[in-house]
Design a binder for this molecule. Structure first.
Ligand SMILES: NC(=O)c1ccc[n+]([C@@H]2O[C@H](COP(=O)([O-])OP(=O)(O)OC[C@H]3O[C@@H](n4cnc5c(N)ncnc54)[C@H](O)[C@@H]3O)[C@@H](O)[C@H]2O)c1
Length: 308
């Protein structure tokens, strides 16, 4: 049976696809290329279907060939702020169209919904049952997506696993995207010797997770019987502030860039988010990549893929 990766030409999805193929799986990618890049998967042996989850008719011909669906399509946190309705259309209405396709399909053994730690807002020692806090439309719709998946689990026997990622960085996070994350942006600015812009004071704390670890663990969790029906935080358990991260990237790129503060955006209302990962560790004993090592790997990927 094949694996279907919805949103598979995006940052995380394309690395997931790469790893699935290396493990010997056959993979179908479904993506509308709105935020993803064809170049992320052009050298991979995948069946690529260009299409939108809001109109997934083409998938009807493929859905019976797959046993695991990884759902990674999303409108990202930055794009989402510009148009709440657009975000709801993809992250809730589009997701529902895909869930409808899974009804009565006994070949589907797992549906993996990738969610986000943004649904917790601020906090420390966050666990899966910690209260949710909705501080932006992206987080709100990602949680709505979780609820919708759980409805299909309860009423249609959807074999669901929810994975909540923290901030992911690494290869295929493309700095030319206006929506890319801080690590990729800081690396580009740092290598070019341009100002590294931090929104606010730089004291915001996040748990940075390498895309290699995120995707490796996603696959392993999706294939375990014991994770069926569960929701799992996928994070390292560490916290780093944004200014220290900028300093680390400057050091590792041997850069003269200045680190400057610019005004906060509306989405910068999450100051500190630290999570525990006890549930994850109860499923898999895993050694995470050290952040310095992960950033060196990302710098090398950048140097090999962009003209400097
Ligand atoms: N990157 C992170 O730091 C991070 C953190 C927490 C959670 N996540 C979650 O991980 C998943 C992947 O995120 P990412 O960073 O790779 O995002 P991304 O934007 O790089 O990838 C999302 C993909 O979905 C596709 N897509 C968007 N709307 C679509 C639609 N209507 N129909 C078909 N395809 C569509 C895009 O073209 C893109 O290729 C998402 O569920 C996201 O919420 C990511």
């Amino acid at each position: 049976m094949k694996k279907l990766v919805i949103g598979g030409s995006g940052f995380v999805g394309s690395v997931l696809v790469d790893k699935l193929i290396k493990l010997g799986h056959e993979v179908i990618v479904f993506d509308n290329l709105r935020f993803g890049y064809e170049k992320n998967i052009e050298n991979l042996n995948v069946e690529f279907l260009k299409g939108d989850i809001q109109n997934p008719k083409i998938l009807e011909n493929y859905i019976e060939q797959v046993d695991v669906i990884y759902f990674l399509a999303t409108v990202n946190i930055i794009a989402a702020e510009n148009d709440y309705s657009d975000c709801i259309q993809t992250n809730v209405v589009g997701l529902n169209k895909i869930l409808e396709l899974t009804k009565n399909k006994s070949n589907i053994k797992r549906f993996v919904y990738t969610s986000t730690s943004s649904i917790y807002g601020n906090g420390v020692e966050i666990q899966e049952n910690t209260n949710k806090e909705f501080l932006n439309i992206y987080a709100t719709t990602k949680y709505q997506g979780e609820c919708l998946c759980k409805l299909y689990q309860n009423t249609e026997n959807l074999p669901l696993t929810i994975i909540r990622y923290t901030n992911i960085y690494g290869r295929n996070q493309r700095p030319e995207s206006p929506f890319c994350g801080v690590v990729s942006r800081f690396i580009e600015k740092s290598i070019k010797g341009e100002d590294i812009e931090i929104t606010g004071d730089g004291n915001q704390i996040r748990d940075f997770l390498s895309v290699e670890d995120a995707t490796e663990l996603t696959i392993r969790l999706s294939l375990l019987d014991s994770t069926l029906g569960d929701d799992i935080n996928l994070n390292t358990g560490n916290g780093h502030n944004i200014r220290d991260l900028a300093e680390l990237i400057k050091k590792l790129t041997n850069s003269n860039s200045k680190i400057i503060s610019i005004s906060e955006r509306k989405i910068d209302n999450i100051k500190c988010r630290r999570l525990k990962n006890d549930k994850l560790k109860s499923f898999i004993d895993y050694k995470f990549l050290d952040i310095e090592e992960g950033i060196i790997q990302t710098i090398n990927w950048y140097k090999n893929n962009y003209k400097i």
